[in-house]
Each structure stands twice: as structure tokens, then as C-alpha cells.
Design a protein around this ligand. Structure first.
Ligand SMILES: C[S@@+](CC[C@H](N)C(=O)[O-])C[C@H]1O[C@@H](n2cnc3c(N)ncnc32)[C@H](O)[C@@H]1O
Length: 242
């Protein structure tokens, strides 16, 4: 099995200036608040700390796992809150974290960065094993109702949010194994283009729920996406004793 790193230096270099500003953090933090307040919390795919920083203000401790050194370096360069610990690790392997967590979360579809349903179940199992019995997983996962039309459209060019004059072009394809590849190219007048690609497993809501169940979670709640937003929101509880 390959354990490649998807998020390289190109995406890390633009994440906070181009990608984060188009995604409001407040909605995610409000949804997480009941689970993370005063809790020991695990973030899967912590990235540059977009959500970990506000969560750290209300949680007792946040351990953020990510396999991308460039993303973690971006986070470190901004200053990591005192109650946040960063761990460079791949969630497709058992997580090298100690002690059990009250809650885990994965925003912006981090856990969808897998190549098959089996890999998703393995990743979810690794998260569950780090949780206390009854501990919660909150997860944003790519909504097929938003991404299937993008696959049909194939290429979409739009003004880059918050950057006057710039454009962003997405090229989206889906293979036979339901792996969606989204190639992004950001063009600005005065700079060379920035290009990167992400691959995620695009499966129906019922299949995501089935993967959670196979990993030992009881699905407590699913909030389907509204309109043309990217993610459904799942809340699941660790059913197992270990
Ligand atoms: C879309 S970003 C989300 C970052 C952050 N959660 C947020 O909401 O801004 C996805 C993150 O998942 C991380 N990631 C992807 N695959 C991973 C893997 N196999 N193991 C650990 N982290 C992974 C990426 O490096 C990236 O930082």
C-alpha cells in the first residue's frame, strides 16, 4: 500500500491565503462546541490549524494529526497555541497518539483523502481506537449532490474568492473506483500559476454511514449539505470498548 502525501508545498503555500478565506470557521466551531468544550480532542488532518486554533480556545487539549509536513510547517510558522500538539502521521495507519480522546473531528473532508472504501474503513477504525468508549467523531465528508455535477461539468473557472482579478480553474474527474481527482489552478496577473491536485473517495451518504458502522461507530446524526456547499456533516459515537 502506498502512503503518499497529498498536500505538498504548492497547496500549503496558498491554503491560508486562497482556500481558508472562502470557508467560514464559525459554523464548524459551533457544531463542534458541544463535543469539544473542556475535552481532550483529536483533529484528523489538522492542516494549517484553521479549525484547531479556535477549537483550542474552548477545548482542554487538541492533538492534531496530519501527514503533510508543509501544512504542519505553515501552522507552526503562525504559532501553535500552548494546548495544541501536532503529530506528523498518516491516518491510514494506526495513529501514534497516547491516551484516549473524548472527541475527534475531521473538517473539510480530510478523511475522504483515501483511495477505496476499505481504506476509509481502516482510517475510521484508527480514529475510533483513539476514542474513549462513547467518544464522538464529527466529520465533514464530500457531498455527492455537489460534486457529481462538477464531474459532469469537468472544468469550471471562477473568480478567486477575495483576490481581485485572479481566477481559479477546477478540473474534476471521477474514476471507476469512485476516486475523484480535483485539479486546481490559481492564476493571478502578477505571479506564476499555482497548481495542485487532490484525490478523494466520492461515495453516497448511505455508503459513508456503512463505512462508519463497519469501523465500529454508531451514526448519531447526519446533516445533509444545503445548496451547493461542499460537505455533509456526520456525527458518530464509538460503540466499541476498545
Ligand atoms: C482540506 S485539508 C483540511 C485541513 C483542516 N482540517 C481545515 O479544515 O482547514 C485536508 C488535510 O488532510 C490532510 N491529510 C490528507 N490525507 C491524510 C492522511 N492520509 N493522513 C493524515 N493527514 C492527511 C492533508 O494534509 C490536509 O492538511
Amino acid at each position: 500500500m502506498s502512503h503518499d502525501v497529498q498536500y505538498g508545498t504548492a497547496v500549503a503555500s496558498v491554503y491560508d491565503s486562497f482556500i481558508s478565506p472562502s470557508m467560514l470557521t464559525s459554523d464548524a466551531v459551533e457544531r463542534l462546541r458541544p463535543h469539544v468544550t473542556d475535552a481532550r480532542v483529536l483533529e484528523i488532518g489538522v492542516g494549517t490549524g484553521r479549525i484547531a486554533v479556535p477549537v483550542a480556545e474552548i477545548a482542554a487539549e487538541v492533538v492534531g494529526v496530519d501527514n503533510s509536513r508543509p501544512m504542519l510547517e505553515e501552522f507552526r510558522s503562525k504559532g501553535v497555541p500552548g494546548n495544541v500538539v501536532l503529530v506528523e502521521a498518516d491516518f491510514r495507519r494506526p495513529l501514534p497518539v497516547t491516551g484516549r480522546f473524548d472527541a475527534a473531528y475531521a473538517t473539510m473532508g480530510s478523511l475522504a483523502c483515501v483511495r477505496s472504501r476499505e481504506e476509509l474503513v481502516a482510517a475510521l477504525t484508527h480514529v475510533r481506537m483513539a476514542l474513549k468508549p462513547g467518544g464522538s467523531l464529527s466529520m465533514e465528508y464530500y457531498a455527492t449532490s455537489t460534486y457529481r455535477p462538477l464531474v459532469a461539468q469537468h472544468t469550471l473557472t471562477m473568480p478567486t474568492p477575495h483576490r481581485a482579478g485572479g481566477t481559479t480553474t477546477f478540473t474534476v474527474t471521477l474514476d471507476d473506483g469512485d476516486v475523484l481527482t480535483m485539479h486546481t489552478r490559481i492564476d493571478e496577473d502578477d505571479a506564476p500559476p499555482v497548481e495542485f491536485a487532490e484525490q478523494i473517495l466520492l461515495i453516497e451518504r448511505a455508503e459513508v454511514e456503512a463505512c462508519l458502522a463497519e469501523a465500529g461507530f454508531a451514526v448519531a446524526h447526519v446533516d445533509p449539505v444545503e445548496g451547493f456547499q461542499p460537505y455533509d456533516w456526520y456525527t458518530a459515537l464509538n460503540e466499541g470498548m476498545q
